[in-house]
Design a protein around this ligand. Structure first.
Ligand code: NAD
Length: 436
């Protein structure tokens, strides 16, 4: 099949590379010239495990092509995925300007009957709006689909290749048959393709992200209560997660969630409720609490060292919003690091992958090191914000000798409290009793 993907960000790039890998001819278009230049050289502009080999392989095989010529992508493809960004607008709603602009381009260049798919996360009614926008420019008939993406950054290729389920909103049989054909290589082990109406498909994505955000914020509030009552949130998590009605995923207490999806999607859902007079207070609370939670680690540090951190050197481990990505959109570090600087601290930061992004996103005063132990040298405390694998079993004895005082504030509950006690650390984590 000749597949077009418009927008080659975290989603579009993975979709394009994975579809090419199954034998389709994929033409990816983006207006970002620099990105396309990198991609044409087989270099991924983002860090995503397994993505670059897929790019190189499919470029070499001639199945994957990148262009800044969006009209060409429209003309040459039978199916067209719209995978551009849908960031938060100032009022919290999803800003659809990129989606609508792409729809206009599709309308202007639609040269035969095609299937148009919204892959971006978009509110209910967007596929209808895309249809309307295309129809402003053409009488050519086409088929609309809504196919939200559920991949997780850090495991995006794996998630796309082996999805738990594929959700597709369709309005006719032609689109349904074509989408089934397109996705058949990914559902050979029986994982379902769930066909439904378009509004339900659009809503499914928001409901999924809001549900996961609610679980996290709920556990973070339970964690706060654990700290006050002597309970341990990790034990509580295991205790409830083994109930099949609850399940173990997304129950980890921590320094809050970030990323390009949960915060903006929850905001957009809440905003949509406001517009339609539907109370989305559960989702709203999850988001509001998450903003409070993001500063819990700095609050703990201040309780320990006082609110004047001038002359203090603080090591920060983990700047990406989660492990295995360099994405820092709405990362906890974007709140914590400026707060530390505001309190007068000198910040020495490490991240295995996100340092280039961090240099653009964080204030200039931050110092960066390429080795995590280097960050601890002469620091008054170590703060952990992201649970990268290499932070999970570090040489704690070495950390203790490098720090000026053995103080660790762990926003991801990585270490065993008893071990930290034996080693003589002051160890503050989330929802567990302090070790002193
Ligand atoms: P991104 O910001 O990484 O990429 C978007 C790309 O679209 C950019 O490269 C940009 O240059 C390009 N673009 C913008 N306007 C364009 C235009 N008119 N023509 C061509 N290209 C254009 O975004 P992303 O993280 O890939 O997310 C894309 C969508 O997928 C969003 O709606 C997001 O909510 C959704 N989504 C993201 C994830 C994720 O983990 N990142 C997961 C599921 C769904």
């Amino acid at each position: 099949m000749r597949v077009g993907v418009i927008g080659t960000g975290y989603v579009g790039l993975v979709v394009g590379a994975c579809l090419a890998e199954t034998g389709h001819h994929v033409l990816c278009a983006d207006i970002d010239e620099k990105k396309i230049e990198f991609l044409n050289q087989g270099v991924s502009p983002i860090y995503e495990p397994g993505l670059e080999p897929l790019l190189k392989h499919n470029l070499a095989e001639g199945r994957l092509t990148f262009t800044t010529d969006v009209p060409r992508c429209v003309r040459e493809s039978e199916v067209i995925f719209i995978a551009v960004g849908t960031p938060s607008d100032t009022d919290g709603s999803a800003d659809l300007k990129h989606v609508v602009s792409v729809a206009g381009t599709i309308g202007e260049h639609l040269n035969e009957e095609k299937v148009i798919i919204t892959k971006s996360t978009v509110p209910v009614g967007t596929a209808a709006r895309v249809r309307e926008e295309i129809e402003k420019h053409t009488d050519q008939s086409f088929h609309m689909c809504a196919n939200p993406e559920f991949l997780k950054e850090g495991a995006a290729v794996e998630d796309f290749m082996k999805p738990d389920r594929i959700v597709i909103g369709v309005e006719d049989e032609t689109a349904r048959v074509l989408m089934e054909e397109l996705y058949s290589p990914f559902v050979r082990s029986g994982n379902p393709i769930l066909f439904m109406d378009i509004p339900s498909a659009e809503m499914t994505k928001y409901a999924a992200n809001a549900m996961l955000a609610v679980r996290i914020s709920f556990m973070n509030q339970i964690a706060a209560l654990c700290e006050q009552t002597g309970a341990d949130v990790d034990r509580v998590r295991k205790g409830i997660g083994s109930d099949p009605r609850i399940g173990p995923a997304f129950l980890y207490a921590g320094a809050g969630y970030g990323g390009s999806c949960f915060p903006k999607d929850v905001r957009a859902l809440v905003r949509r409720g406001d517009e339609l007079g539907v109370d989305m207070s559960v989702a709203r609370s999850a988001q509001e609490w998450n903003e409070v939670q993001k500063l819990v680690v700095t609050d703990k540090l201040v309780e320990e060292l006082g609110s004047d951190l001038s002359g203090r050197r603080i090591a920060v481990w983990g700047l990406a919003f989660k492990p295995e990505t360099d994405d820092m959109r709405e990362a906890v570090s974007l709140k914590v690091v400026p707060r530390l600087l505001e309190l007068g601290a000198e910040v020495i930061a490490h991240d295995p992958r996100a340092l280039d992004v961090a240099r653009r996103e964080l204030p200039d005063q931050v110092q960066y090191v390429s080795n995590e132990y280097e960050a601890c040298k002469g620091a008054d405390a170590l703060l952990i914000l992201t649970e990268w694998l290499q932070y999970r079993r570090p040489d704690l004895g070495r950390i203790k000798t490098l720090l000026t005082q053995p103080l660790v504030v762990d926003g991801r509950n990585l270490f065993d409290r008893e071990k930290m006690r034996e080693l003589g650390f002051t160890y503050l984590s989330i929802g567990r009793q302090d070790v002193r």
